[in-house]
Design a protein around this ligand. Structure first.
Ligand code: SF4
Length: 237
């Protein structure tokens, strides 16, 4: 069978045997992050849409699991922000009910998690990765280049609220890019924010942009300030 939504088996968010499922047209997002590996955003939206019928996506997942080796997790992703798929809740629910031994993973920019309906749908995830590059508007806009309707404060509030009730594994990551979000106030602000959220894991990644890397002074500052946080931290600087 030729698959339209199934993108193969990968490792993701520390999990192995992850079936990657992509359910949105390339590239649908409300950000246009400087470092995005999917490419530039071509479909800008904040509106949740059923890009493809849930039944069609689920039938591929089901077929793949029935005919192929071990699948331990399903990664529900889009070529962009997965919460923009309005079928996310129904699809994750179908997987949960029909394949109770398979975990559900998603990775989000968190912008829609201030909505109760999205919080409820993402509660189906066993592992959720959230990208958060800044707690300050200036740095946030420089690295994420969001749609003008995106409000950073709403995202921060939504993620914090969601984290209080989420039963799965919650992982956060920050990508730092030179001259965009590499300010000391941002590092300190992220730390303060994450101390309230208490993620299960936090990963910090340095991203090279236009040949520029973070300064040694800044990476040392990160290493020093993040050495005793009350949650596990992984640094890739
Ligand atoms: S939020 Fe994700 S998909 Fe959207 S532009 Fe940023 S990295 Fe790319």
């Amino acid at each position: 069978m030729e698959y339209k939504f199934i993108k193969g088996i990968i490792n993701a968010l520390g999990c192995q045997n992850v079936l990657k499922v992509d359910f949105s047209p390339k590239k649908t997002c409300n950000f246009d992050c400087i470092y995005c590996i999917v490419g530039r955003t071509t479909k800008w939206t904040m509106k949740r849409t059923e890009f493809y019928p849930v039944e069609e996506v689920f039938s591929e997942i089901s077929n793949y699991i029935d005919h192929n080796g071990t699948v331990e997790y399903v990664l529900l992703t889009g070529s962009g922000e997965p919460a923009l798929y309005s079928g996310f809740g129904e699809l994750s629910e179908k997987i949960r009910i029909n394949f109770p031994n398979i975990g559900i993973i998603a990775y989000t920019n968190g912008t829609l998690l201030n909505r109760k309906d999205v919080q409820k749908e993402f509660a189906n995830c066993n592992v959720l990765g959230c990208n958060l590059n800044s707690v300050y508007d200036e740095e946030f806009k420089r690295i994420c280049r969001p749609l003008k309707d995106v409000r950073l404060q709403d995202t921060l509030n939504g993620l914090k609220e969601f984290s209080k009730h989420f039963k799965g594994i919650l992982k956060f990551d920050t990508k730092f890019v030179k001259d965009l979000n590499d300010t000391e106030r941002n590092v300190l602000g992220l730390i303060d924010y994450l101390k309230e959220v208490q993620p299960n894991n936090y990963t910090v990644i340095s991203k090279k942009y236009k040949g520029q890397e973070l300064t040694e002074e800044f990476t040392s500052f990160i290493t020093e300030t993040m050495k005793d946080l009350p949650f596990p931290v992984e640094l890739y600087l």
